[in-house]
Design a protein around this ligand. Structure first.
Ligand SMILES: O=C(O)C1=C[C@@H](OP(=O)(O)O)[C@@H](O)[C@H](O)C1
Ligand SMILES: C=C(OP(=O)(O)O)C(=O)O
Length: 451
């Protein structure tokens, strides 16, 4: 979407203190899955708390194109599904916008039905690798024809007579795992996915909730996930929890902005998602969990973040990467305000997100006066201490919402303003970012960047 829209430059200025409550939107990963599994169930699934970001709205539109009936009434999204194997062939190209999760999960969901669909996205999504999904989908009997290098636009011809698959994921990716599991829904027998490193497990949890038989075992080769094919999925009532990846922004802003004290209520702390918060606490952040509880089978807490003037650089262990993969950009903003070096290893997946996130952050941070070193699968940020970030630069967001938000957060704590050339992509995952941060006391302006 943003590739066609006029850019929205935004400038963040030294702010503070940030105070109050930050009610962040629903979880993006869970929202995509609620719509897709709702579309594959027989009957009406009702979803509250759905993230109404562009990524998820594009998935809703796609599910309608495959035959599901989706409508929002009041605060509730009603999804009337077509049943496993019941997808209709879309008569238009499916545009997944900026969303890797959307396109990869939907490709999986349709790949074992006797239909074809053509997928495209914006300039960012059309650069991202799809072979990681189409390779395992071809084992089910599906065929994919796309641009060279396995890029979108791409047509998937679904398998008319699918066979179940046993697949070890070559990259730590919940999107790949989920695409295989969704394809396995319409294959007879058992589909097995083995992942060496545990990635977010929302698909496994939600498939079980919809009545599919899913077992998860830890083995010497990693996690083994087994799905029995061709279940009748039962419609569900889903209350989407708030997104820890969005909570990261007000939390990190509070930690680095003088005098701040911010409460971010009802955040899911599923261990496959909470790596950032562990890391921040290791750096000396004043970040506490209040009212820890279970909701809908997920650990949940209110996060309280206060200005932390004595943050220290640390080594982030590589086996934590999957549990905070989307949070490295904002972590690097926090690391810029710490003393010492923060080393992040085992993170080459960052290079194939909405942008090459190591390169995007490294270039922008250097322009803001921060020292960054980088290699193919690691990078290191040497901080300037609380209040020590020079800022005073315009940085490129590269069609990447997390890059845009991370630099705006850095701007709240920098000496000179930080300007982002296009904050439009923020609408993909956190459409209320600007008013929410402004209400906390942050200074963000839409302007022409005259400092
Ligand atoms: O499955 C998901 O919902 C997601 C998985 C992750 O991607 P990968 O599977 O490519 O690591 C993450 O970066 C993305 O924001 C959401
Ligand atoms: C990587 C992300 O999303 P996606 O892969 O769905 O585009 C993200 O939201 O940070």
């Amino acid at each position: 979407m943003s590739s066609h829209a006029a850019p929205i430059p935004m400038t963040a200025r030294r702010s503070g203190p940030l105070t109050g409550t930050a009610e962040v939107p629903g979880d993006k990963s869970i929202s995509h899955r609620a719509l897709i599994l709702g579309a594959l169930a027989v009957g009406e699934t009702r979803v509250t708390g759905l993230l109404e970001g562009q990524d998820v709205l594009d998935t809703a539109k796609a599910m309608q194109a495959f035959g599901a009936d989706i409508e929002k009434r009041g605060d509730t999204w009603h999804v009337n599904g077509v049943g496993t194997g019941g997808f209709a062939e879309p008569d238009q190209v499916i545009d997944c916008g900026n969303s890797g999760t959307g396109v990869r999960l939907i490709m999986g969901a349709m790949a074992t039905s006797p239909i074809s669909a053509t997928f495209t996205g914006d300039a960012s999504l059309n650069k991202r690798p799809m072979a990681r999904v189409t390779d395992p989908l071809s084992l089910f009997g599906a065929q994919a024809v796309g641009r060279s290098g396995g890029r979108l636009p791409m047509t998937i011809v679904g398998a008319a007579d699918p066979v179940p698959v046993r697949y070890e994921t070559p990259v730590p990716s919940a999107q790949v795992k989920s695409a295989v599991l969704l394809a396995g829904l319409n294959a007879p027998g058992e589909t097995v996915v083995i992942e060496r490193e545990a990635t977010r497990d929302h698909s496994e949890r939600m498939l079980t909730g919809f009545g599919a038989q899913v077992s998860v075992e830890d083995s010497p080769d990693g996690r083994v996930i087994t799905l029995r094919g061709q279940p009748e999925l039962r419609p569900q009532e889903i209350a989407v929890p708030r997104d820890p990846s969005s909570a990261a922004f007000p939390v990190c802003a509070a930690l680095i902005t003088e005098g701040s004290d911010v409460l971010v209520p009802n955040i899911g702390l599923n261990p496959t998602r909470a790596g950032l918060f562990t890391t921040l606490r290791e750096m000396g952040a004043d970040l506490t969990y209040e009212n820890e509880r279970e909701e809908g089978g997920e650990p949940v807490a209110n996060l309280r973040a206060r200005f932390s003037p004595d943050l220290r650089g640390i080594e982030v262990p590589p086996d934590r990467a999957a549990s905070m993969i989307d949070e490295y950009p904002v972590l690097s903003a926090v690391a810029s305000c710490a003393t010492g070096r923060t080393l992040m290893t085992g993170v080459k997946e960052l290079r194939v997100k909405e942008s090459d996130r190591i390169d995007a952050m490294a270039q922008g941070l250097r322009a803001c006066g921060i020292e960054v070193e980088e290699g193919e699968d690691w990078w290191a940020v040497t901080g300037r201490g609380a209040g020590g970030v020079p800022g005073g630069a315009t940085v490129e967001s590269r069609l990447d919402h997390r890059i845009a938000m991370s630099f705006l957060v850095l701007g709240f704590a920098s000496r000179e303003p930080v300007r982002v050339d296009d904050a439009g992509p923020i609408a993909t995952s956190f459409p209320i970012f600007e008013p929410l941060m402004t209400r906390l006391g942050a200074s963000i302006t839409r302007d022409n960047g005259v400092f």
